[in-house]
Design a protein around this ligand. Structure first.
Ligand code: SF4
Ligand SMILES: [Zn+2]
Length: 303
């Protein structure tokens, strides 16, 4: 088999092995206009799933304009419905203005702010469109970086949700799936280029300075010395994850240390997500992360 077939088989097997979706699902693919979301949208349509695209126009100048045009062009060619959400219509200004306003009051990095806003919008809009699954284009490189970052920052809550799918009993939470979970950045780029998809390969101009770039460089160094490290990191963590989840739930070795009790509480909270006091979207705290940011911004128009 050649590379193209191998790649498609890998994605098909991830969907099948992890039971990510069925033909009855209405799948909403979070599009950015970039290679990952374009490739996953293309493949899910090719595999016969009921898919629609959803793009958030962040209004990051020419970069956003070009990505939006590319996504429209691709969806038109592939006869896929594309839903467009304009950040100005939702928040009254571009992501850059939201970001600058928040950063004038609190030191938070660009992607952290943008990620919170995007996740909030994607969940809400995909649910409103009747989506039963929300696909993101996260790949193996993204996951290895996230894993390391969560380890470095000691963020076990987030590590417990690691994997190609994220379910939640809260009915307002659209199940998130990642069919490209085991595909590397290089493989996706190669596939996208071979297919001549209309995508930008330039990174977002606002992504600089993030802790993620450090994690990326660190993994790239390891990968150079020991090829396959990235994949081993992700696969090995997936192997120990069920035991980790179980131990945190029970309290390590039965001696419920303070730390274990704390983690246990967090896990219980995760499983019984409630709704944000302001916007009524799913959250495990009183306010969702989006509304916490809006509070910092001092905007009174949080809905
Ligand atoms: S790279 Fe960061 S700032 Fe740019 S779109 Fe992604 S999350 Fe937003
Ligand atoms: Zn909220």
């Amino acid at each position: 088999m050649d590379f193209m077939n191998d790649f498609e088989t890998k994605v098909r097997n991830t969907v099948k092995d992890y039971k990510l979706a069925t033909k009855k699902d209405k799948i909403i693919v979070a599009c950015s206009g970039g290679k990952d979301s374009t490739v996953v949208l293309y493949l899910l349509k090719k595999f016969g799933y009921n898919v629609e695209g959803l793009i958030i126009d962040l209004l990051i100048g020419k970069w956003s304009d070009d990505n939006l045009e590319n996504a429209k062009k691709f969806c038109k060619e592939q006869k896929i419905k594309l839903n467009i959400v304009n950040i100005r219509k939702e928040f009254g200004c571009s992501i850059c203005h939201i970001r600058m306003g928040i950063q004038s009051k609190k030191k938070l990095n660009n992607c952290m702010i943008c990620g919170v806003i995007k996740r909030w919008l994607l969940n809400k809009k995909s649910r409103e469109q009747g989506g039963t699954k929300l696909v993101t284009g996260h790949n193996l490189d993204d996951e290895a970086e996230t894993l390391l970052m969560n380890l470095f920052t000691g963020n076990p809550e987030l590590m417990l949700g690691f994997g190609p799918k994220r379910n939640c009993p809260n009915k307002k939470f659209v199940h998130r799936i990642k069919p490209l979970f085991f595909c590397t950045n290089d493989e996706i780029r190669k596939y996208s280029k071979a297919k001549k998809f209309p995508v930008l390969y330039d990174p977002c101009p606002c992504s600089h300075g993030a802790f993620r770039s450090d994690a990326r460089e660190f993994i790239a160094e390891l990968e150079k010395k020991e090829p396959g490290t990235k994949e081993k990191l992700v696969r090995n963590f997936l192997k120990i994850l069920p035991k980790l989840q179980e131990q945190i739930k029970l309290g390590v070795t039965g001696r419920r240390s303070e730390g274990a009790k704390k983690e246990n509480l967090k896990t219980e909270k995760l499983e019984t997500r409630q709704h944000c006091a302001v916007c009524k979207e799913p959250t495990m705290n009183e306010l969702c992360k989006r509304c916490e940011l809006i509070k910092i911004l001092g905007l009174a128009r949080a809905k």
